[in-house]
Ligand binder design. Structure first.
Ligand code: HEM
Length: 464
C-alpha cells in the first residue's frame, strides 16, 4: 500500500483536519486544496520543507539542545528542593514535555510560556474530535474547546505579526521559520497560518507527551527494566575529580558526574534504552493511518474503489504473532535488541542485574526492524519526520529522571497500570487514573550532594 502513494493518498486527511479542527477560512482552504504542483500537493511540499530542520543535522541538533536544556533546568530545580516532591505523574510529564518541546520550537517568545495559553491548549485538545465532526456547538466541552482555539489563534497571529519567529541568533527557530516562509510564499493569509500552527503543535506534542509518559511508566514500574536502563546509562556517565574552593577558602576535591545525553539515541551505545523505547511504542500503539483512494486500485486480491478510505490499524500490526512471535502481546523490553551481540548468560529476572543483556538467544525477535508490521512511526511516504526529535527528548527526560531520582507510588508499594484512553486520533493513548491519587508519585533525590554536569555532544548544557 505504501508504494501506491499517488493513488492511496494522505493529503486529504490533514486538509480535512485543518478545516474542521483549526477552522481554516474558505480562502485558505481553497488555496491549500487547489495548490498542486505537478503531482505534489500543498501538504506534500509543506512537509518537504520541514525535513531539513527535523533530520539529523545542525537544525535538529539546535532544537534538541534547546529542548533538553529546558528539561535539565527543571530537573535541577527539582533536585534543589532537597526533599520529597509529590506530583501527579501524568500532569508532571505533560507539563515538562509540552514546555520543552514548544520552547525549543518557538524560542524565547514561545506563546506557551504563559500558563493560560498552556491551559487553553489542553482545553482545545479535549474537544478536538467535536471540532473535527463540527459538533462543538452541541456541548459545553465543544464550546469551551472552540473558545480556547480562537484564543490560541490570536496568540499565534501576534507571534508572527511581531516577528518573534525571526529573532537573529536563535538557530532552533529554523523549523518555524521554514514553515512560515513556505506558507507566506504560497499566499496563505496570516490568520490561516496561525490556525495551521495549531495542527503543527498537535503533531509535535500529542504523541511526544504520552510517549514520554509510557516510557517512564514501563521503566519505573518494573525493577528489572529500571535496573537495565540505569546500568546502561551509567556507561555514558564519566566521573572526574575536580578541585573546588569552599566557603572557608579551603580547596577540596569533588567528584563530578558527567552525562552525555546525545549518546542515548545511539543504538550501539545504548541498545537496551533504544530497545525499551521501541517496545514502549509497539506495545502501546493505537495509531490508525487513514488514506483516501483516488482511483480504483488493486492491492493483491482486493480492489480498492475510488473515493473509499483505507485504514492501517497499528495495534493489529503490532500484535501480529507471525511478525512478532508468540509473545507479541507481552511487553519485552529486550525485543528490539539486535541479535549480533555476544551471548550473555546473565539474562535473569534479577532486579539488580549489573551487566547489559544481549538478545542472541531471544527467539521472539523475528526481524522486528524492517518488516511492514513495524508502524511505530508510520512508514513509507508518511514516515514521521519528528521521530528523531521525539526520541531524543523522551530519552533525555528518562535519563535525567532515573539517574537523579527515585520515583515511588504514593498510594502503597505497587504500581497499578492506569487505563488507556484515546481522545485524539494519535499514535499513543493517554493514561487515565482509575481512582483518586492513582498517579500520585513521590520523587526523591537519589544521591544528595552529587554534582552533575550534563553535556550534549561536545556542548556543556548550563542551567538556564
Ligand atoms: C513519540 C512521538 C511520536 C510518535 C509516536 C509519532 C508517530 C507518528 C506516526 C505513526 C505517523 C504516521 C501517521 C500516518 O501514517 O497516518 C506520524 C506522522 C507524522 N509525524 Fe509523528 N510521531 C511522534 C512525534 C512527532 C513530532 C515530535 C513531530 C514534529 C516535530 C511529528 C510530526 C509528524 C508529521 C508532520 C507527520 C506526517 C508525515 C507525513 O505525512 O509525511 N511527529 N507520526
Amino acid at each position: 500500500m505504501q508504494r501506491q502513494k499517488h493513488t492511496i493518498i494522505f493529503e486529504p486527511v490533514p486538509a480535512q483536519a485543518m478545516a474542521g479542527i483549526c477552522g481554516g477560512s474558505k480562502e485558505g482552504m481553497d488555496l491549500i486544496n487547489g495548490n498542486q504542483v505537478g503531482r505534489e500537493s500543498y501538504f506534500g511540499r509543506f512537509l518537504r520543507i520541514s525535513y531539513p530542520s527535523l533530520s539529523p543535522g545542525t537544525g535538529l541538533e539546535s532544537i534538541n539542545r534547546a529542548a533538553v536544556q529546558v528539561l535539565l533546568a527543571s530537573m535541577n530545580r527539582l533536585e534543589n528542593t532537597n526533599g520529597k516532591v509529590k506530583v501527579d505523574l501524568w500532569h508532571w510529564i505533560r507539563h515538562e514535555m509540552f514546555l520543552a518541546t514548544t520552547e525549543a520550537i518557538y524560542g524565547p517568545h514561545n506563546p506557551f510560556r504563559c500558563a493560560a495559553n498552556e491551559d487553553a491548549w489542553y482545553e482545545f485538545e479535549e474537544g478536538i474530535m467535536l471540532l473535527l465532526m463540527k459538533m462543538h456547538k452541541l456541548s459545553p466541552q465543544g464550546r469551551s474547546s472552540f473558545k480556547a482555539r480562537e484564543m490560541l489563534v490570536q496568540e499565534f497571529s501576534r507571534y508572527y505579526e511581531q516577528g518573534h519567529h525571526r529573532i537573529p541568533g536563535i538557530p532552533n527557530l529554523c523549523l518555524v521559520q521554514a514553515c512560515y516562509n513556505f506558507n507566506v510564499s504560497q499566499g496563505l493569509p496570516l490568520n490561516d497560518i496561525a490556525r495551521s500552527e495549531l495542527g503543527h503543535v498537535a503533531s509535535r506534542v500529542s504523541n511526544t507527551i504520552p510517549g514520554a509518559f509510557w516510557m517512564l511508566w514501563h521503566v519505573i514500574s518494573d525493577t528489572t527494566v529500571l535496573a537495565d536502563c540505569r546500568t546502561e546509562i551509567e556507561q555514558v556517565v564519566t566521573i572526574n575529580v575536580v578541585q573546588q574552593k569552599g566557603t572557608d577558602g579551603q580547596i577540596f576535591e569533588k567528584e563530578v558526574h558527567t552525562i552525555d545525553l546525545s549518546q542515548l539515541t545511539n543504538r550501539r551505545v545504548c541498545p537496551v534504552i533504544m530497545s525499551t523505547w521501541y517496545e514502549v511504542l509497539r506495545y502501546n500503539h493505537v495509531g490508525i493511518s487513514a488514506r483516501v483512494v483516488t482511483s480504483d486500485t488493486r492491492l493483491d486480491r482486493y480492489l480498492l474503489k475510488k473515493g473509499s478510505t483505507t485504514m492501517v490499524v497499528g495495534s493489529v500490526m503490532h500484535s501480529d504473532v507471525s511478525a512478532w512471535g508468540p509473545s507479541a502481546t507481552e511487553f519485552n523490553h529486550l525485543r528490539f535488541l539486535k541479535n549480533d551481540g555476544p551471548s550473555d548468560s546473565q539474562i535473569t529476572p534479577d532486579s539488580n542485574r549489573k551487566s547489559i543483556p544481549h538478545a542472541k538467544n531471544h527467539t521472539d525477535n523475528i526481524n522486528p526492524e524492517k518488516g511492514p508490521a513495524n508502524r511505530l512511526f508510520g512508514g513509507g511516504s508518511s514516515l514521521c519526520p519528528g521521530r528523531h526529535l521525539a526520541s531524543q527528548e523522551i530519552l533525555s527526560l528518562l535519563a535525567l529522571t532515573i539517574m537523579r531520582f527515585d520515583l515511588r507510588p504514593v498510594s502503597g508499594q505497587s504500581w497499578i497500570p492506569p487505563k488507556k484512553v484515546i481522545p485524539l486520533p494519535t499514535a499513543l493513548p493517554i493514561p487515565k487514573a482509575t481512582y483518586s491519587g492513582h498517579l500520585d508519585i513521590e520523587i526523591v533525590t537519589r544521591h544528595p550532594g552529587r554534582e552533575w554536569r550534563v553535556v550534549f555532544g561536545k556542548e556543556n548544557l548550563a542551567d538556564t
